[in-house]
Design a protein around this ligand. Structure first.
Ligand SMILES: Nc1nc2c(c(=O)[nH]1)N[C@H]1C(S)=C(S)[C@@H](COP(=O)(O)O)O[C@H]1N2
Ligand SMILES: [Mo]
Length: 305
């Protein structure tokens, strides 16, 4: 199937999307109205319930430094990226290297929709209906021959198409890279998105495929993946390499551990404005502790932020 057809097949027109919105609006019933009222009493302007962030915000307020550092740069410039053909180089310590075509990978996966909160380390957040498949399914399909401890991802790096990588103010040693411990990668929440809002991924959101790790700060959710490497050594990750005292390898959302330059206790749920800041309390593990807290039961989360 070509890329535009696959989404239609996967979600059966817009029915699945409507169902997804129903799920989201169910959670904005009485309970959230109560929290809205109590938040007013405690002095907050507005407390936003988990409703889907409008497509407009999801696709126009982005971090994708390959295309520039302003939030509007990716929407303006990411379409310069050649998406077709797209292959992913898959390798492992001591193993062989293969190039997988995106279409072949897609054909092998069953697509599903997942609505996740996305919490950026900069303290804004969104709620996004992704389309994709569990990272665990992809790893099983790729079939690394040993039990490696980490999986390492790199973003496509085409300097000629990525104006942000040519900029003098760019701080990242390209390509952008991220990694997960293997048990994190195999967790049921770790997801590879190939679409959002029922359509294939817009370039600015990391087309044609990107990671989504909803209990970690957004920078772990690496976009436009061009390579996957299985390894036993903890890989270097882009933000940790730039400022290790500010950004850790784990990067679990944690209201108790502040960024050295700002608090992580609250977040701005988009869309927000000066008069309607939508400031809400940040939840431990971004609210996904039930699924992921076990992964860290032997880890000091202050030390391993
Ligand atoms: N390759 C790459 N991936 C990236 C980034 C980036 O600059 N380059 N930014 C990260 C950050 S900081 C966030 S918050 C999310 C934003 O995803 P979104 O723009 O789809 O909301 O992408 C992450 N993935
Ligand atoms: Mo981020």
């Amino acid at each position: 199937m070509n890329r535009r057809q696959f989404v239609k097949r996967a979600v059966g027109g817009s029915a699945a999307l409507l169902a997804a919105q129903a799920v989201a609006s169910n959670s904005s019933g009485l309970r959230d109205f109560d929290s809205y009222v109590s938040s007013k009493k405690s002095g907050w302007a507005v407390e936003a319930p988990d409703v889907l962030t409008p497509l407009e915000n999801v696709t126009n307020y982005n971090n994708f430094y390959e295309f520039g550092m302003d939030k509007s740069d990716p929407a303006q410039y990411a379409s310069a990226m050649t998406l077709d053909p797209w292959s992913i180089r898959v390798s492992s310590d001591g193993g062989k290297t293969v190039d997988v075509q995106f279409e072949d990978l897609l054909r092998a996966m069953d697509l599903e929709e997942r609505i996740y909160r996305l919490r950026c380390v900069e303290a804004w957040s969104m709620v996004i209906p992704w389309l994709g498949f569990p990272l665990a399914d992809l790893i099983r399909w790729l079939d690394p021959q040993e039990n490696y401890r980490f999986v390492h991802f790199q973003t496509r790096y085409t300097r000629s198409e990525m104006r942000g990588t040519r900029s003098f103010s760019s701080v990242i040693d390209w390509p952008y890279q991220e990694a997960l411990r293997m048990d994190e990668a195999m967790n049921t929440l770790s997801f590879i998105a190939v679409g959002l809002y029922g359509k294939s991924l817009p370039a600015q959101n990391g087309a044609p495929l990107r990671l989504v790790v909803p209990w970690k700060y957004g920078f772990k959710s690496i976009k436009s993946i061009a390579s996957i490497h299985f390894t036993n050594r903890q890989p270097e990750t882009s933000w940790q390499a730039i400022a290790p005292h500010e950004y850790g390898f784990y990067a679990n959302v944690n209201p108790e551990v502040d960024h050295p330059r700002w608090s992580q206790r609250y977040e701005r749920r988009l869309p927000s404005s000066l008069f309607n800041p939508n400031r809400i309390p940040t939840q431990m593990f971004n609210g996904y502790g039930e699924y992921v807290a076990d992964l860290y039961k032997n880890l000091n989360l202050r030390r391993y932020y």
